[in-house]
Design a protein. Structure first.
Length: 121
């Protein structure tokens, strides 16, 4: 079963920084704000990005929302899959542990994305 994509009201405003960054072509940045509920008087959150001002709004929104996916994956790796349970002393042991946890995470992710997989109770 496919769900409809979530819709977000968003806006991006090009701003100029007062301090020129040490690297990069200019001091321009984009300030996308999201989400902006229709009933709220002001935006709930802001993201400041050092991307070019002509970056498409869809790309800015996608990158901002990607943060939540990364945080969820880190929580899953540490909590459910045991990434932080390693207490060994060798690099080889640590590497083995991280490799197995990464493989387990890949499996869990593929199972979650599989529309044919039975939903867990």
């Amino acid at each position: 079963m496919r769900t409809a994509p979530k819709q977000t009201n968003a806006a991006a405003v090009a701003v100029r920084s007062q301090v020129r960054p040490s690297r990069g072509p200019s001091g321009r940045a984009c300030l996308p704000s999201l989400p902006v509920p229709r009933v709220a008087p002001s935006p709930e959150a802001y993201w400041l990005a050092s991307l070019p001002a002509d970056t498409p709004l869809e790309q800015l929104v996608g990158l901002a929302k990607l943060r939540w996916r990364v945080e969820h994956d880190c929580r899953e790796l540490k909590g459910t899959l045991g990434l932080d349970h390693f207490e060994g002393r060798s690099f080889t042991g640590w590497h083995h542990h991280v490799t197995l946890v990464s493989a387990a995470h890949g499996f869990v992710t593929l199972e979650r994305l599989d529309p044919k997989a039975a939903a867990s109770a």
